[in-house]
Design a binder for this molecule. Structure first.
Ligand SMILES: *[C@@H]1O[C@H](CO)[C@@H](O)[C@H](O)[C@H]1NC(C)=O
Ligand SMILES: *[C@@H]1O[C@H](CO)[C@@H](O)[C@H](O)[C@H]1NC(C)=O
Ligand SMILES: *[C@@H]1O[C@H](CO)[C@@H](O)[C@H](O)[C@H]1NC(C)=O
Length: 392
């Protein structure tokens, strides 16, 4: 044995020598690098180690299913997972979402959802039920009792989403439902800021109806399932529950009627409406408790401006998203709410030039309203101008 070993070693002196030299050079080089960039090389080493482990793990997993099935399981390499045609064929599908044209349509998932999944088990068995509606509240922890009461009016058919403007999230776990809810925490932003960022139509696509509500609504006389029944029955694409009269009421349209299920038109003060089918006499709900159908939201989302965070003026423009607006926008009277008018978000403002925080917020709201109106009418004018110039 000893002779054999020695002769084996002796037979290939060049290779052994090369190995030793390479190793030595490697060690010296590594040492030098290590000396010059001690932290960097350490990080790199850790990174590549964990990367290798991941790859190993994935590869081992692929090989696991015994000899008979392993023949059908190909390793995760090659374009499109098709090793034969991988390089010969190129994919270009113009009808795919922009940027995804190189993918075979069968693998493209253009929309998503907010459903919670497990980390284990079969993906197809993750969901015990698929929520059909979404309710998003913009909340501060101070209003937790009110939100707790409100959430209880929404059945298990709803995904509950909370936008936190005060940075407090785990505190809400005192409520059992909070552990199933989705919490998005960004300090000092408004409902429409969150809605624009987190409720893209492609993200909330599976939901038939989307409630985007303030935190200061009293829901003693409200039930969400009943509300949706009425909205469906009366074909309302954009709606809100009626408001209890005489409290926080700005417009006649949103005032609850005691004698009917829904209303779509109203009388306003003389001179307020240019046309009985136009806001604020019809085709109009306020922005405190709107409910959108999937299709209506797909339009409204695009109308929300990134910089106009208070959403003032949006209510008057909602009618641009549905046709005919005076039939598809309305107020549900038999499921109604109370507007408590807690100026919670106003208190998140900042005192400036001797003005109270809420005053600064209020001023900005009004400013945004003007900007939005101007932007909208300009956009319309530009559109018609372009249409006119191409058609003549
Ligand atoms: C490769 O592409 C050709 C032409 O598109 C097709 O006929 C063939 O079935 C493909 N081969 C495989 C293995 O998919
Ligand atoms: C959820 O929706 C289904 C189908 O519309 C309905 O039958 C069921 O009653 C709803 N759940 C609750 C708690 O209302
Ligand atoms: C031209 O544009 C105006 C708005 O600026 C519009 O009222 C009018 O209907 C348009 N004319 C045609 C022919 O499209």
């Amino acid at each position: 044995m000893g002779i054999l070993t020695r002769s084996t070693v002796c037979r290939k002196p060049n290779e052994s020598m090369r190995l030793i030299v390479t190793t030595f050079v490697g060690i010296v080089f590594g040492f030098l690098v290590g000396v010059s960039f001690p932290t960097l090389s350490l990080t790199k080493l850790n990174l590549s180690n964990s990367l290798l482990t991941t790859i190993d793990f994935a590869y081992t997993d692929y090989k696991k299913p015994g000899p008979s099935s392993s023949a059908q399981v190909s390793p995760p390499i090659g374009n499109n997972g098709n090793s034969v045609n991988a390089t010969s064929e190129k994919i270009w599908v113009p009808s795919n979402p922009r940027g995804a044209e190189r993918l075979p349509p069968g693998i493209v998932r253009a929309e998503t959802d907010l459903y919670l999944r497990r980390l284990w088990g079969k993906p197809s068995e993750d969901l015990t039920s698929t929520p059909k509606y979404l309710v998003a509240f913009t909340v501060g922890y101070d209003q937790r009792q009110n939100i707790d009461a409100a959430v209880k009016k929404f059945s298990g058919n709803f995904t509950i989403l909370l936008f936190h403007y005060d940075g407090k999230t785990t505190e809400w776990d005192e409520f059992e439902w909070s552990k199933q809810a989705i919490h998005v925490s960004v300090r000092r932003q408004t409902k429409w800021w969150y809605a624009k960022r987190f409720l893209h139509p492609d993200i909330v696509a599976p939901y038939d109806y989307i409630f985007i509500w303030d935190e200061d609504l009293g829901v003693e006389h409200f039930d969400a399932e009943e509300y949706i029944k009425l909205v469906r029955k009366h074909g309302l694409e954009i709606s809100q529950p009626g408001l209890e009269p005489n409290r926080g009421l700005t417009w006649q349209m949103t005032k609850r009627r005691g004698d009917r299920e829904v209303h779509k038109e109203t009388q306003e003060k003389p001179g307020w409406c240019n046309h009985p089918h136009l806001p604020p006499c019809a085709a109009f709900v306020e922005i405190m408790a709107p409910v959108f159908s999937r299709d209506a939201w797909r339009c409204v989302w695009y109308m929300i401006q990134n910089d106009l965070v208070h959403g003032w003026g949006l209510d008057f423009a909602l009618r641009k998203c549905v046709e005919p607006a005076h039939e598809k926008i309305g107020v549900v009277d038999s499921q109604w709410i109370v507007h408590r008018s807690v100026p919670s978000l106003g208190n998140q403002g900042e005192a400036q030039q001797g003005k109270a925080p809420w005053q600064g917020v209020r001023d900005r709201c009004k400013k945004e309203w003007t900007i939005f109106q101007t932007r909208f009418s300009r956009a319309e004018r530009d559109y018609f101008k372009a249409i006119n110039s191409t058609s003549h």
